[in-house]
Design a protein around this ligand. Sequence first.
Ligand SMILES: [Zn+2]
Ligand SMILES: [Zn+2]
Length: 291
Amino acid sequence: MRIGAHMSIAGGISKSVDRAVLHNCEALQIFTKNASQWHAAPLAPDEVRAFRLGVEKAELTPVVSHASYLINLATAVPKLRAQSINTFIDELDRADSLGLLGVVIHPGTCTSGTEDEGLHRIAQAIRQALQKRPNLNTMVLLEHTAGQGRTLGYKFEHLATILKELNGSPKIGICLDTCHLLAAGYDIASASGYKKTFSSFKKLIGIDRLRIFHGNDSKKPCGSRVDRHQHIGDGFLGLEPFKRFLTDQDFSHLAMVIETEKTKNWERGKISNPDPLDVRNLNTLKSLRDT
Ligand SMILES: [Zn+2]
Ligand SMILES: [Zn+2]
């Protein structure tokens, strides 16, 4: 399995590639804009070119983006729904122009009605976005969630329902997050729980839908439904489950990117020395994979 990280785009989108190279990443995740704002200026053509060249030279694969946290495809509020779909389409456009594999997105938060109604609204929103952009190469990567609050997508059944409503569209892939799995109640910390989790995943969704893993340990225990990432090995997962993922033949064609906490204000955006926390987490994963 390939190992990488979420990297900042501070200073320009192509700077994320420089950071990935500095940290010896094999895969990369980025935000293609400020994740806490609805709108962003279009990507500058020279930045897009520099980014694409850099990715190719560094052989980063895959590269994905993570959509803004403001987007809620499950909302029933018309204005928020329109804004969410428009911003989601913009995320897809940006990812497509950068040549990314896909846009990782949390399915949505159910602010009114039943979970089934929320799942239906999510599927319809994705359908609308894909209908407006029929020629995309980039995929929609639905992320399984920890189930905090009223977020949807914490059960494999939720993801299966959305996929079914979209007639199994080949433009939809799945992102699994090791922290979210545990928090949502899938006991991947134990060997038997890991086996059970993936036999369920195979039955409901299928390994061929999986496109990427987020590798994060969890600050909260199994079934807590709280989304708090911890450094690899320091949380309720520990090292053993990461070894299982990284050496599992079913996943050897995939990548795992970390979304663990960075060192605060590390070099204030300069790109000269790697962040010690990222180095530690990446080296931990690599040593589990390679030894
Ligand atoms: Zn994640
Ligand atoms: Zn998370």
